[in-house]
Design a protein around this ligand. Structure first.
Ligand code: APR
Length: 233
């Protein structure tokens, strides 16, 4: 169990050219959550929903990890048991940066999941539509392995378990609209660092030990140095 949790959101991938959700021109400004990311939309709007995730998946192929992904990945590789890398992101940029053990709370874009038997199929950067409709095991319908609003999110249990031993909590690039990061700040947390571009209405930044309102790539060296100092003391 880890002493340090690095919880990231869309902001850490923004500098790699992946849209965030709630910033200006974010994904949810241009697409409706209820059309493509709500429990039931695979029944009422199946084709458009699958095509939406196909677009995101295909777009991922040429995206490269940025400096923040690389520094987080280096740290995780250096202190594999002390650091948990937890992300709300469904992209593979930590993996591309060499990080092998990432907890993806909201699913993983490269994967499809059988609606019946839950078999996971990795289709890399291919389109699902018409090419990967059915489960190779049971022939029932496949769906993007993405947690929609209203779906259960089984990986949250793993996150809560990591918090049982967490002493350093780092938040990078999330508005806190879906996961209220403030709620994790219990007395056991000795150091908490918040890094976003700007204030968020969902986060009370006065409860964090350190607040860095700047790009993740500009904040990450200071964050990494604070984490290492803590671990080596
Ligand atoms: N560096 C650091 N932070 C950044 C950067 C950057 N370069 N660019 C943007 N940000 C910050 C913004 O200030 C904002 O606080 O990233 C945050 C992005 O917030 P959201 O768009 O709400 O993304 P996120 O918090 O990851 O969304 C959570 O919502 O719809 C769901 O499932 C989806 O996982 C997603 C969840």
């Amino acid at each position: 169990m880890a002493k340090v949790i690095i919880l990231s959101g869309a902001g850490i991938s923004a500098e790699s050219g992946i849209s965030t959700f709630r910033d200006d021109n974010g994904l949810w400004e241009n697409h409706k959550i209820e059309d493509v990311c709500t429990n039931g939309c695979l029944i009422t709007n199946r084709e458009q929903t699958i095509k939406f995730y196909d677009m995101l998946r295909v777009g991922l192929e040429d995206k490269e990890p940025n400096y923040a992904h690389k520094i987080v990945s280096n740290l995780k590789n250096k202190y594999p048991n002390d650091i948990a890398v937890i992300t709300q992101n469904v992209d593979d940029l930590f993996e591309k940066a060499g990080c092998t053990d990432v907890l993806h709370l909201h699913g993983f874009l490269k994967e499809l999941r059988c609606e019946k038997c839950n078999t996971i199929v990795n289709i890399e950067y291919e389109k699902q539509f018409k090419d990967h409709d059915n489960c190779p095991k049971c022939n029932n319908l496949l769906r993007p392995n993405i947690v929609f609003f209203g779906d259960s999110a089984p990986k949250y249990k793993d996150m809560y378990e990591e918090f049982e031993t967490c002493e350093v909590f780092v938040v990078i690039g999330t508005s806190g609209a879906v996961i209220y990061t403030d709620m994790f700040l219990n007395p056991q947390i000795k150091l908490s660092i918040l890094n976003n571009l700007q204030e968020s209405p969902y986060i009370n930044d006065t409860v964090y030990s350190k607040v860095l309102y700047k790009k993740a790539s500009e904040a990450i060296d200071e964050i990494a140095s604070d984490i290492e100092k803590y671990l080596l003391n």
